[in-house]
Every structure is written in C-alpha cells, then in structure tokens.
Design a protein around this ligand. Structure first.
Ligand code: ACO
Length: 322
C-alpha cells in the first residue's frame, strides 16, 4: 500500500537568540559556534510549552492539507520534552486543536532525535492496517527546558520549535522506513528523569539537564546517516542520483559535510536550516519539510529521504515521494 503526505506545518518559538546573544550568558563566542556547528541562531520559547508549539504546527498542516479536521483519527507527537509526564502531549494537542474527541487515538513517541521518523513509521503501519485513515504526525520540542546554561558544550547547540505533517493512504506514492536502535550503556546522550524516593521524603531533586559526549555522538552520527542512506537505497532499488532531497536531522553542519564527502554525495542534495534553528531534536525534520514546502522547493513527485539519529542510541530514515 502507498502513503502520501498531504499537508505540512511549522511553529517557531517566540524568542530569536543569536550566538552573540547567547555569549552574553554562556562562556562561548559566535566564531566557535559557527565553525564547530554551523549554527547562527536558534529560537527559545518564553511562554509556549511543547503542546502549544505542536498545536500551532498541527493547525498549519491541517490547513495546508485542506481536510476536515474531524477526519483526523490518529495524532502522534514525537518529543523528548513533553509538557508533563501525563497526559501525553498528543492528547493536549487533540484538546487544544479541538480534534475529534472520542474518534481519535493520540500518543507520544520518544525516540529522541529519531522520533519523527519512528512516528512516521508508526503512522504508516496504522494507516496500512486500516486502523486509521488520516494521521497527524508532529515533532515538537522545548529543549530550552532541559539545557544547562552553565554547560557551554551542550547549551549552544539546541533550540525550540515544532513541525507537523498529515499522512494518508495513496494510490501511488511510495513510503519506506528503516529504523534501528542500540542500547546506550555509556551515557553518550542523556537527560535524567525523576529520582526514586525510597525514604518517602520530598527532597529528591532530579537533574534533567541534557548531557552529551560530543565526539562520541559525532562518530555515531556519521555512521548512522550512512547506514540509513545505504539501506533505504537498497529497499527502494534506487540510486542516490534518483533522490531529489536528503533531509537530515539538523544537528551539526560538520556531521553532514563529513557524510556527504565520504559518500560522494553533493552537499546541495542535503537540505540544511540548522543555521537558523539549531538542533530542535524531533522537530528538526518536519520543520525542514514545512519550510521546503513553503519555499516551493519540495515539488510534487520528488523523492525524499529523511534521516534521524540521536539518543537511545536510535537512528532511522523515511523515504517518501512528495
Ligand atoms: N564555546 C567555546 N568553546 C567551547 C565550547 C563553546 N560552546 N564548547 C566547547 N568548547 C571548547 C572546549 O572546552 C575545548 O577547549 P580546550 O581545547 O581548551 O579543552 C574546545 O572547545 C574543544 O572542545 P571539543 O568538545 O573537543 O570540541 P569538538 O570539536 O568536539 O566540538 C561538538 C564539540 C560541536 C559538540 C562536536 O563534538 C559535535 O558536533 N558533536 C556532535 C554533537 C551533536 O551533533 N549532537 C547532537 C546530535 S544528537 C541529538 O540531536 C540529540
């Protein structure tokens, strides 16, 4: 069975923070960030939580798809920064957007920066099985909630935002996925949750800050991207020159340049907007897709590979025809 994407949307967080702005509070500088990452600025959310950004992106995707919102029967939100432990951010989106109470299933997916790809794969399975007919898939993050601004090695890399797509069955457009994970026993990329409370006191603080071993992540990321491209080309029986766009998770420009060079793929085939947004984890791929659609460079019939990689460790990709 075939699947098509019929709508795209995004939401930017309110506050634009340049590298120069960040350097006023973090021990860093614009030249270092630009040279090591390619990031110029990011957006931080001041008042909107993850479900608010997700809802904005969702409404834009629904309008773009020109469908009756009542026909949406699946809402998936990929996030590592939900509003709370429960209800799910997807359930909050359902309420905030007034979507189909009682006829819709909503839940979150946490596969870190691979979350959006995993959500697309989940949605495809649900659509193909006939359980649902119109799926709203969102990647949304307020990573500023888990940044330690005393840690310059992580706080300069990330930003907030959301992106969304609408997926449904199609008569012709192909969609394929390749997803993998490997238990990270070395704590390469982590954000801790609530502490256990064995003595039933109320003093237990958790350290939810994002921690990362940068060079280990870099080495993992370049292998993961290559693995995804090779495997999706095998699945689709296509050559790389038949792919119009590669939309990678927007983590670091040097990671993409390294892979492009190693695999002899023209860098211009990779869509990059991390200079504007920084790394928005689960949101980076759908933000990029929505931006491409608005710019008119994601044209009908184009062949696209999206690639996610991140904590877990998880990695994976989606091939689709626009
Ligand atoms: N500003 C200024 N100096 C800094 C900063 C900063 N923000 N951060 C580190 N430095 C300094 C270090 O203290 C060190 O100084 P020293 O040589 O005096 O000790 C020097 O810069 C080099 O530090 P490294 O950590 O070795 O820098 P590296 O070249 O490895 O670059 C980076 C760090 C950019 C994080 C790199 O390792 C990287 O890109 N890793 C991949 C990270 C990534 O993409 N993560 C996200 C993917 S997964 C996900 O999305 C959740």
């Amino acid at each position: 069975m075939s699947i098509e994407i019929i709508g795209y949307g995004l939401a930017q967080a309110e506050k634009r923070v340049t590298n120069h702005d960040l350097a006023k509070t973090v021990d860093t500088n614009d030249a270092w960030i630009q040279e090591r990452t390619g990031i110029n600025q990011r957006y931080f959310s001041m008042t909107k939580n993850t479900s608010d950004l997700a809802s904005e992106a969702a409404m834009m995707a629904i309008q773009d798809a020109k469908i009756d919102p009542k026909t949406i029967d699946l809402i998936l939100v990929a996030t590592i920064t939900p509003d709370g432990m429960m209800p799910s951010t997807a359930s909050l989106v359902q309420a905030k957007c007034g979507l189909n109470a009682q006829k819709c299933l909503s839940y979150d997916i946490n596969a870190a920066c691979t979350g959006f790809v995993v959500a697309m794969q989940n949605a495809q399975a649900m659509l193909e099985s006939g359980f649902v007919s119109n799926a709203l898939i969102i990647g949304a993050e307020t990573l500023s909630k888990i940044l330690d601004f005393k840690d310059r090695t992580t706080s300069v890399l990330f930003g907030d935002g959301a992106g969304a797509i609408i997926m449904r069955k199609s008569s012709s457009n192909q969609m394929r996925h390749y997803t993998r994970s490997e238990g990270d026993i070395n704590g390469v990329l982590t954000s801790d949750g609530l502490a256990l409370n064995p003595d039933m006191k109320f003093e237990h603080l958790s350290s939810h800050y994002l921690r990362m071993q940068g060079q280990a992540v870099f080495r993992f990321a370049v292998k993961a991207i290559e693995d995804v491209i090779v495997n999706l080309l095998i699945q689709t029986k296509l050559e790389i020159n038949q792919i119009d766009w590669i939309v990678p998770h927007q983590a670091n420009r040097r990671i993409i340049e390294y892979v492009a060079n190693k695999m002899n793929i023209d860098l211009s085939k990779f869509y990059l907007n991390l200079d504007q947004y920084g790394n928005t984890s689960s949101a980076s791929i759908p933000i990029a897709l929505s931006e491409m659609k608005t710019k008119g460079i994601l044209k009908e019939g184009m062949r696209v590979i999206c690639i996610g990689f991140g904590a877990g460790l998880t990695w994976g990709g989606s091939y689709f025809e626009s």
